[in-house]
Design a protein around this ligand. Structure first.
Ligand SMILES: NC(=O)c1ccc[n+]([C@@H]2O[C@H](COP(=O)([O-])OP(=O)(O)OC[C@H]3O[C@@H](n4cnc5c(N)ncnc54)[C@H](OP(=O)(O)O)[C@@H]3O)[C@@H](O)[C@H]2O)c1
Length: 180
């Protein structure tokens, strides 16, 4: 990335993966817009203690389901790392609302806001969950995007996480026509 274009957004900045990413980006001199849902919460204190955070990290209150909040955080950035996603530790009692909608609509909002803000690159952090849930997964092949998780199988096994990852993967192609 060119040295003049160093402002990037990381969604879900306080999460496990995103926190390490924020640390790395700050260490490499990037200015980071991090999205969090509860600014002021002690759960983000580790971010504020990172080297260069006081100068180069700004936390934005944003929920993936609120387009305007996502857009505000992304505005002015040349790249977006979309890491935020519900990661349930147990089976969700209402996966449609708690897991699938934020993952899928949230990803669409991030992509749409990135398009509007003329972001040059979006990096979407997915999961092996997007490809692992299939009854006929070959054991002798490298598993890639030719083997999306079987959504019926996800539903039957009440695996909203795998379903959400597979469904969210379809968002870029939904918006692809707009990325000229
Ligand atoms: N951890 C791993 O080993 C691993 C491996 C492969 C892939 N991944 C993928 O990496 C991503 C992050 O995983 P993680 O382990 O870092 O999870 P995590 O620690 O639970 O972090 C998830 C983050 O997503 C944010 N989030 C959830 N719902 C949101 C919503 N509706 N609006 C805005 N933010 C929301 C949370 O923000 P708040 O804290 O502000 O609420 C949280 O910071 C996931 O997509 C996961 O599938 C993780």
């Amino acid at each position: 990335m060119a040295s003049v274009a160093k402002k990037v957004c990381v969604t879900g900045a306080g999460g496990f993966v995103a926190s390490w990413l924020v640390k790395l980006l700050l260490s490499k001199g990037y200015t980071v817009h991090g999205t969090v849902r509860q600014p002021g919460s002690p759960k983000y204190e580790h971010l504020l203690k990172l080297e260069k955070a006081s100068e180069n990290l700004t936390l934005f209150k944003a929920d993936l389901l609120n387009y305007e909040s996502v857009h505000s955080a992304i505005l002015g950035c040349t790249a977006v790392f979309h890491v935020a996603s519900p990661v349930p530790s147990t089976t969700s009692s209402n996966p449609e609302v708690e897991v699938i909608e934020p993952a899928v609509k949230g990803t669409a909002n991030v992509l749409e806001a990135s398009l509007q803000a003329k972001v040059e690159r979006v990096v979407f952090v997915s999961s092996e969950a997007a490809v692992c849930m299939s009854p006929n997964l070959p054991k002798d092949k490298v598993i890639d995007e030719s083997y999306w998780s079987d959504k019926d199988c996800c539903k039957k096994t009440q695996n909203g996480y795998c379903y959400s990852k597979t469904e969210a993967e379809e968002q870029p192609s939904t918006l692809q026509k707009n990325w000229a």
